[in-house]
Write a protein that binds this ligand. Structure first.
Ligand code: NAD
Length: 513
């Protein structure tokens, strides 16, 4: 992997592999002045980046995609080195972002095209109405440690496609993948509109002082601080925060698929996914059978990191602190009567925690109320669908959910009653890298949405309305705000009159164009 050169006159962050404690790199800690200097530099180049338009930007995004695919193995190595991930979990990240580049690069021109809305009243039929999307000049993207390449990518790519310059602040825990991410942009010779600033929370706070818009992904607690800081500067922000995603297993479900899907949804990335399955509600008639199948599946999960192949399903936890949270949740659950059917302990090596299934869980236990963010799947028996929906909604979080059923129509009905931003039926995590649908948390899980077709780019833009006459302006033409008494009367009458007919009656010829 690439070691990052420390700057001699600055303090640095030392990055370790949590699987074995090895030092794998260092990055500088940027203070407010360094952040401000980077922001100034990016602003210099942004107007040109905006001016080349979506087609011009597409060329650079596609070259960057080539770089990511050409360097996929190296990116995977860096990811593994700073997170403790298995090769399988790590290799997913670069591919997911390369895929998202296809979508934004191909669609930016259509998504950002001027809109010409129809006039709502006869008075405006004489106007050409245009909505223009112009990027925020400098977007600050602040990211967490769970997907150190994919989390920057999922937001930086659409922000660049929209024409913004971007200053990225990755997590202090895992900054090295972001170094690679930005290095790729520089190596292809792209315009210098993507920058990197590294450091702790203070560096993120300094970035908020410089940016015109903030896209934040991280914990709910930090998200609230970010919201307050953005409000102080009156800059827009979008927050993607924590979750406690429920899975509802209905009695008519294919239990093999449900057990496989929930095991994947709970164990992928060692459960360190905002949309991990963190609570499972199973209808009573199939509870025992489902729990047996889930336990078999989770016991078969291979955990580890060493070697060059794809032997291991999942790896270590990214930090010892996160592993300790997982251990506390399991201990508190068992102390209150839950049964451990698989795993249940740290392995004693690095930050690994065994893939764990907890049965006979009560919804009041901490493993059901707080975000665990680890490889544990707590299962609750419920009487019926109604109880499952009620308990699933009984959470401060509302990120996403899964429903497992033999009847997709029924699944969709259940989905529409869940207080979450996304629901996957008979699948887990399916929506997160599908940019044509929105991803955003309800309740304490976020504010705003990423992706979702055109909105995924428009969120990085300021919207501008332009009105212009459609016909050469005449003396007789009404000003819509006409301040004279006669003018107001005429305007009111025109509004009452119907459509183009009314406009003609008052002597204004609507333009055919
Ligand atoms: P965190 O909130 O501790 O840190 C996130 C980022 O914010 C880091 O880069 C950190 O340096 C920065 N930061 C800290 N204080 C700041 C401040 N005052 N101002 C500006 N920036 C500041 O989160 P984490 O522990 O790195 O990540 C885990 C959390 O992220 C979990 O809660 C998880 O659910 C959430 N997450 C959410 C999504 C989503 O899309 N909803 C995706 C991934 C992770």
């Amino acid at each position: 992997m690439t070691a990052v050169e420390p700057k001699s006159d600055q303090a640095t962050i030392t990055v370790r592999n949590p699987a074995d404690g090895r030092i794998v790199g260092t990055v500088p800690i940027d203070g407010p002045e360094a952040v401000a200097a980077k922001a100034r530099e990016l602003r210099l180049f942004q107007p040109e980046w905006e001016a080349i338009g979506p087609r011009g930007r597409k060329v650079w995004l596609m070259r960057w995609q080539d770089w990511m695919l050409d360097n996929a193995d190296h990116i995977t190595e860096v990811l593994m080195s700073e997170t403790g991930k298995s090769r399988g979990d790590a290799s997913f990240e670069g591919v997911a972002i390369a895929d998202s580049i296809n979508y934004w690069a191909a669609n930016a021109e259509a998504f950002l095209a001027d809109r010409h809305p129809k006039a709502h009243s006869p008075l405006f039929k004489v106007k050409k109405l245009t909505t223009v999307y112009r990027p925020h000049p400098l977007v600050g993207v602040i990211t967490p440690w769970n997907f150190p390449f994919a989390m920057p990518g999922i937001d930086v790519v659409p922000a660049l496609a929209a024409g913004a310059a971007v200053l990225l602040k990755p997590s202090e825990v895992t900054p090295l993948s972001a170094v690679e991410f930005v290095r790729g942009w520089t190596e292809i010779g792209a315009p210098p509109v993507l920058g990197l600033t590294t450091g702790y929370g203070a560096t993120g706070a300094a970035l908020i002082e410089q940016a015109d818009m903030i896209q934040f992904t991280g914990s709910t607690a930090t998200g609230k601080k970010v919201a307050v800081a953005c409000a102080e500067r009156l800059i827009p922000f979008s927050l993607e925060l924590g979750g406690k995603d429920p899975a509802i297993v209905l009695a008519d479900a294919d239990l093999d698929r449900a057990a496989n899907g929930i095991a994947w949804g709970g164990m992928f990335n060692s459960g360190q996914v905002c949309v991990s399955v963190e609570r499972v509600f199973v209808e009573a008639p199939v509870y025992d059978e489902f729990v047996a199948k889930l336990t078999d599946r989770v016991r078969s999960v291979q955990q580890g990191q060493e070697g060059s192949g794809f032997k291991y399903d999942t790896g270590a936890m990214a930090t010892a602190a996160q592993r300790d949270i997982v251990e506390r949740h399991v201990q508190e659950a068992t102390a209150a009567g839950a049964r451990v059917l698989a795993g249940g302990k740290p392995t004693g090596v690095g930050t690994f925690f065994q893939p764990t299934v907890l049965a006979d869980v009560d919804p009041s236990m901490t493993c059901m109320t707080e975000e665990t963010f680890g490889p544990t799947i707590p299962v609750v028996k419920v009487a019926d669908e109604e109880e499952a929906i009620r308990l699933a909604n009984d959470s401060q979080y509302g990120l996403s959910a899964t429903v497992w059923t033999g009847d997709t129509g029924r699944g969709e009905q259940v989905a529409r009653r869940l207080e979450v931003g996304a629901v996957n039926i008979n699948d887990a995590l399916a929506n997160i890298f599908c940019p044509s649908v929105p991803m955003g948390g309800w309740k304490q899980s976020g504010m705003g949405y990423r992706a979702g077709g055109p909105n995924g780019l428009i969120k990085y833009c300021r919207q501008q309305a332009i009105t212009a006459p459609r016909v050469p302006t005449q003396k007789s033409e009404l000003m819509w705000y006409s301040s004279s008494t006669r003018g107001r009367r005429v305007a009111l009458a025109a509004m009452r009159a119907f459509g183009g007919h009314g406009v003609r009656r008052f002597g204004i010829r609507p333009n055919k164009g």
